[in-house]
Design a protein around this ligand. Sequence first.
Ligand code: ACM
Length: 554
Amino acid sequence: MKRLCVAVIMLMALGCMPQVTNLNIVPAPQSVKMGRGTLNVKGIDIYCSPQLDPASVGAVNRFAERLSTSCGRACQVASTDRASGSGMYFLKDDTIAPEGYSISIRTGAAEVRANDFNGFLYAVQSLCQILPMAVYGSEPAPGESWSLPCCEIYDAPRFGYRGLMLDCCRHFWSVDEVKKVLDVMAVFKLNRFHWHLSEDQGWRIQIDKYPRLTEVGSWRNGTMVGGDWDSNDGIRYGGYYTKDQIRDIIAYAAERGITIVPEIDLPGHMQAALASYPELGCKGSLPQPYEVWTIWGVSKQVLNVGSEKTMQFLEDVLGEVADLFPGEYIHIGGDECPRDEWKTDPDCQAKIKELGLKDKDGVSAEARLQNYVTARMQKFLAGKGKKIIGWDEILEGDLAEGATVMSWRGTKGGIKAASMGYDVIMTPTTYCYLDYIQSADMEHEPFSITHQWETPETVGKSAITLEKIYGYEPLDEIPEEAQEHILGVQCNLWTEYIATPEHLEYMLFPRVLALSELQWCNPEHKDFDRFKASLSSRSLPILDKLGVNYRKLD
Ligand code: ACM
């Protein structure tokens, strides 16, 4: 409470000061007050208070190395509990909100305060955004003006969950490409990477107990071309991440303040797993044998969840995933599971009978069977200290307490789930789907899922422009008493029609930067014109420096 009060008083005090500029930092800090003069940081001495945890000291050290290289003079780091004299001081301050920070720059010294690792990281990211652009490169640039403007910044995020989902299944992205995405997420203060690792079209994670998932399930015999469902390019396509590669990515993300939320999508979207282990499938209602799917869409071939063998498989897979990923959440999918096969499969029908599941209140017995799978996996993962996230279909029927719902079919699922007391992450297709076209210019934008169903007359409504994402308000229509359940916002990039890193980056950026302000800034600090000006003058040059291919502003 004391911390909260001090933070509020600080914010109020800073709020009363004139907002001269936001220094073009994206996402815009909660408060910036400009002073007079500058602080020369070339070769500046950097001090960490002994109260800083080792990870935060590591972040300061990396900043010092970066600054030393780019300004061409060593910036030494030392520990001190004295916070006076010239230099740049990193101090622990338990009055600062989670992931928040303050920066005070005067002509002789700077003080950076935070209460946790992410707070120090974000302070450093903001400092980099106001230093010469060379700080993003690896070449010394001693001729630049290595000074910081005198100012007072106070900052903290609006939402604790600030996510981005990448589909690495429809198309596979190398370790380096994933790291590049994480690098940009870190600059713009996103903190959750939702990693979509299993699909009809490819299984992408090594599972020791089931080697065929990667030997067989990670490869498909060609891919449909453009929007033509009857075509196949004839090129064998695939790939997967080894556990060592995954550990490397987890560590890389953690160093950047990003927690990974791995997704194993079940019990639908499992055709690649079925091609690997056909015995996990339903009996006979659809053409066999199974193959890793070469076309897009929603496969009707799903797991036989009436069989204990399948349950064992799921627990084994999720067990390995839970052991590998340190974050608190495992995403278990749950979306788009056609239940046609379950209607005739003897195991599924026997399980429905055994559990006494009935068509009731507009929810079919088969939908309730999916509930049973969700609840079983939730219980299993709880035993491993993990919580589940599922797409909003998991709300159909009875969802156990403690699940988190990812609202993608518009906002209705999220509104309902939050009102029922479930935690929610908002990711509605209408605002947050980065596979949708990003302007109404169908002729010049690359082929996207939008081209499948829109015409030049209708595309305006479904295009997800930078401004559209920016304008989304995640608490709209959420009853006040339920708003605390909205953990945050996420954008999703499904990659059916995206096959190259250049195209991937084009679809992500700069829309992810609009997402970052939506996740970070309170509504009163959002201003699209200011945001766009910051992109032009600072954020897009940063993307250039990082070698990112982004869509140019209109
Ligand atoms: C989804 O877009 N199928 C979650």
